[in-house]
Design a protein around this ligand. Structure first.
Ligand code: SF4
Length: 265
């Protein structure tokens, strides 16, 4: 277990640009602790998104690349297939993954690419000034719908975990949050499991993190955490949506010993 006051080696010691109360910094720290604990930093390649986390490559102490908006899963696919011994993660927000990058995430998941995706759901486009995102809550006010999202006009928010869990490809999908300490610890367990799933060669893993955006929501950091708890989580329930890692692991083990009966079982 990482000492609370010790900076993970996988996180560079520079000030972050995130707003006070933003969830991105917490998730960065959690990913860095997981990289340290699994001892995978030197062979990890991360993909920074377009969005508020666009400077993620400045913060993570591993190889990082930056690509076009929404294309993280496609870039991760290319890297992982060319260099299977690496650990590849794509870090994406809701505009990046659930809007312009929807095709890439769905097809990477259905192909069960052996990559890990960390999806930050803060229900708004933070970097560009607080416009409506695919994940914006019904009734939530944004700069592009100041009267609040009306599903009759703007449709309903996308539940990414539920949608991807219907596909045959993914090995592990979980939704977590970082609005209090207990949930940060659960988020870390989920992110660690996602990286281990990839490390064990079991296929596609995704962790959605419901995350506060006090600036985009025009709330204090404390009120933003309450908004996550009272408004977002009822619509985006936390939990495991798909986990077939155990059965995939059993098949993988039985293949290793080439025992026909075990493989069939
Ligand atoms: S706008 Fe929102 S998501 Fe972006 S850095 Fe600020 S709090 Fe974080």
């Amino acid at each position: 277990m990482q000492l609370l006051n010790k900076r993970p080696e996988s996180l560079i010691d520079v000030p972050m640009h995130y707003c006070p109360g933003c969830g991105h910094g917490i998730v960065h720290r959690v990913i860095a602790e997981v990289m340290d604990e699994l001892d995978i930093r030197k062979r990890t390649i991360g993909i920074a998104p377009v969005g508020c986390a666009v400077f993620a490559d400045v913060y993570f102490n591993c190889d990082m690349i930056q690509g076009p908006h929404g294309r993280g899963p496609a870039e991760a696919t290319g890297i992982k297939r060319a260099k299977p011994d690496t650990i590849v993660f794509s870090y994406q927000g809701d505009g990046d993954l659930a809007s312009i990058g929807m095709a890439e995430i769905v097809h990477a998941a259905i192909r069960s690419e052996n990559i890990t995706v960390i999806f930050i759901n803060n229900a708004i486009y933070g970097m560009t000034g607080g416009q409506q995102a695919p994940t914006t809550m019904p009734g939530q006010k944004t700069t592009t719908n100041p009267a609040g999202r009306d599903p009759k006009l703007a449709g309903y928010p996308i539940r990414v975990c539920e949608m991807l869990a219907t596909l045959d490809g993914p090995a592990y999908i979980e939704r977590v949050s970082v609005h209090n300490v207990a949930n940060v610890l659960k988020a870390k367990r989920a992110i660690k499991k996602a990286f281990k799933t990839q490390n064990d060669g079991l296929g596609f893993s995704l962790v959605e993190v419901v995350s506060p955006c006090p600036t985009g929501w025009n709330l204090t950091p404390l009120k933003a955490c309450e908004y996550v708890d009272k408004v977002m989580i009822p619509y985006y329930p936390l939990g495991v949506y798909k986990d077939i890692t155990q059965s995939k692991s059993d098949i993988s083990d039985s293949k290793k010993v080439l025992d026909k009966e075990s493989v069939e079982k």
